[in-house]
Design a protein. Structure first.
Length: 162
């Protein structure tokens, strides 16, 4: 599928589109982690819908989608976290990018870059001081092009069981 980027529309996703966010998050997770049981998919879908509804209402989440000729091709989102400050600033806002997803037939045409740019611009407007993300090997080149790099300090995780 060849996309004319000049005909592409980048739109903010609002509370009325929670079902859309949920559906695309499920597609992203299925592609990344494989099929899950119908029972678990139903529960996850319900939990995601509730999360997106609350997070959008509380302004701690924003998302954009790319639409071409009425078809949604791509989307991306950012979770906003407020964290305690330091001697430079009393509070900080940090953003975590997630849900970067483009349908397979529209990939490698620059659509994700447009979504990423929109997310970064909005983060700047909202006073977000740092943006983080997890990436796949496929996405790493794009993110590095926009200035993402390894953190200054090592990031360590503790995963269950602990």
């Amino acid at each position: 599928m060849k996309i004319d980027l000049t005909a592409l529309e980048i739109k903010e996703i609002g509370p009325e589109e929670v079902e859309l966010l949920t559906r695309y998050r499920m597609a992203y997770l299925t592609e990344l982690q494989g099929e899950q049981s119908a029972e678990y998919q139903k529960k996850l879908s319900e939990d995601l819908s509730l999360y997106f509804k609350e997070a959008l209402a509380e302004k701690r989440f924003f998302a954009y989608m790319a639409v071409f000729q009425g078809e949604i091709l791509s989307f991306g989102a950012m979770v906003i976290k407020k964290i305690p400050g330091d001697f430079n600033q009393s509070l900080y806002l940090e953003g975590d990018i997630l849900n970067m997803y483009t349908i397979p037939q529209a990939r490698r045409q620059g659509i994700s870059a447009l979504i990423l740019k929109q997310l970064i611009d909005e983060a700047h407007k909202r006073g977000i001081s740092k943006i983080s993300l997890h990436t796949t090997k496929d996405g790493e080149k794009l993110y590095r092009k926009y200035g993402f790099s390894e953190p200054i300090y090592p990031v360590l995780e503790l995963c269950p069981p602990f």
